[in-house]
Write a protein that binds this ligand. Structure first.
Ligand SMILES: [Zn+2]
Length: 349
């Protein structure tokens, strides 16, 4: 881990812990990050923040204004670490998603499941769990339904890891059901919002979202991290697979644990698709550049960007390509979801 990586990591995870404790005692990890940040400022001859409030002010500025030149290797230059409305920014969340190892921070439950299934060769179980966590009907779930699934999985260690993907929710009546993903909408500043990015808002009508059923049962919802990085992309993956299947192609989900998402087959020819749904194209580029040097790198994979990402940010794919060209200068294959449907027949080899 480089010096800058460690500073960012300590500040983000430290802030996560601090938010969780409703800003009681400042966690040691955040203080470590603060000291390391001061050290970096000295190294690059930048005026350091003198106390925690000035550090917090600095972290609300775009990273390019922190005065630390190498930061842009790891964090998008226009990104901020903290956001007044949502706390840790979407970029900070993606930082952990891309760089952190599964045992390093608690939100990485899905990565932990992936590593365990790969080590134990549990391909079928992995596919089952990922499919389960890709369904809107499982975003908020009664305890007994979750329990039936855990019994079906059977493996004790895996059961513990799946439990970490959920948290108990006591007051369901203050939430509404997201019409896109089934998760808990919260009423914030006069609008219903789905998690931090609220991306479901562009995909469904939030006008009169439905209430959750009133009942005395215990209910659980997916954690924020699982909602954002497993459920939302999972919905796109399954939609894409379904559309291809309706076009007459045979599709297989999560065929090699996590090497790619969908294997399309027709007349003995195949096509490997990996659906990627990062908010910031910077992190998709970082993800691919890291993956490029891993053992299971598969140069035949096509990276597919869901349509709604391109509606929000039309130059998304061009931007990823620019970042990749600057870093590794290799030709990586990208497709928008729309192009995929048009060209799928010609792409099979
Ligand atoms: Zn949603």
């Amino acid at each position: 881990m480089s010096e800058i990586h460690r500073v960012m990591y300590n500040l983000i995870v430290g802030m996560q812990q601090w938010q969780k404790s409703s800003f009681k005692d400042i966690p040691k990890q955040f203080l470590d990050g603060f000291q390391q940040f001061i050290y970096l400022c000295a190294k690059f001859d930048v005026e350091p923040p003198l106390d925690i409030p000035s550090l917090i002010q600095r972290l609300q500025l775009p990273a390019s204004e922190w005065g630390i030149p190498e930061i842009e290797q790891l964090f998008p230059s226009e990104g901020r670490l903290l956001d007044l409305d949502i706390g840790l920014s979407l970029e900070a969340d993606e930082f952990l998603e891309v760089y952190a190892h599964p045992n390093e921070y608690e939100q990485a439950a899905m990565k932990d499941i992936l590593v365990y299934c790969r080590d134990q060769s549990l391909d079928k179980e992995y596919c089952k769990i990922r499919t389960f966590l890709s369904m809107p009907k499982h975003a908020v779930i009664a305890y007994q339904d979750l329990y039936f699934f855990l019994v079906e999985i059977g493996d004790e260690a895996l059961i513990d890891k799946i439990k970490k993907c959920y948290e108990e929710i006591s007051d369901l009546s203050r939430y509404r059901k997201c019409p896109h993903c089934g998760w808990t909408l919260e009423w914030i500043n006069g609008n219903w919002r789905c998690n931090k990015e609220n991306v479901c808002h562009v995909r469904a009508d939030f006008h009169m979202p439905e209430e959750f059923p009133k009942s005395n049962m215990r209910y659980f919802r997916m954690t924020r991290g699982i909602h954002r990085y497993t459920l939302l992309p999972g919905i796109s993956e399954h939609n894409i697979a379904e559309r291809l299947s309706n076009k007459g192609y045979s599709v297989q989900m999560y065929p090699e644990i996590d090497n790619f998402d969908i294997l399309v087959k027709c007349n003995g020819q195949t096509l490997a698709l990996d659906v990627k749904d990062f908010y910031n194209p910077f992190y998709l580029a970082q993800y691919i550049c890291q993956k490029r040097f891993e053992q299971d790198w598969n140069e035949d994979v096509w990276y597919v960007i869901p349509s709604y990402r391109l509606e929000i940010f039309p130059a998304y794919i061009q931007q990823v390509k620019i970042y990749i060209r600057d870093k590794i200068n290799e030709n990586i294959r990208f497709l928008s979801e729309g192009e995929l449907y048009k060209k799928v027949g010609a792409l099979l080899v």
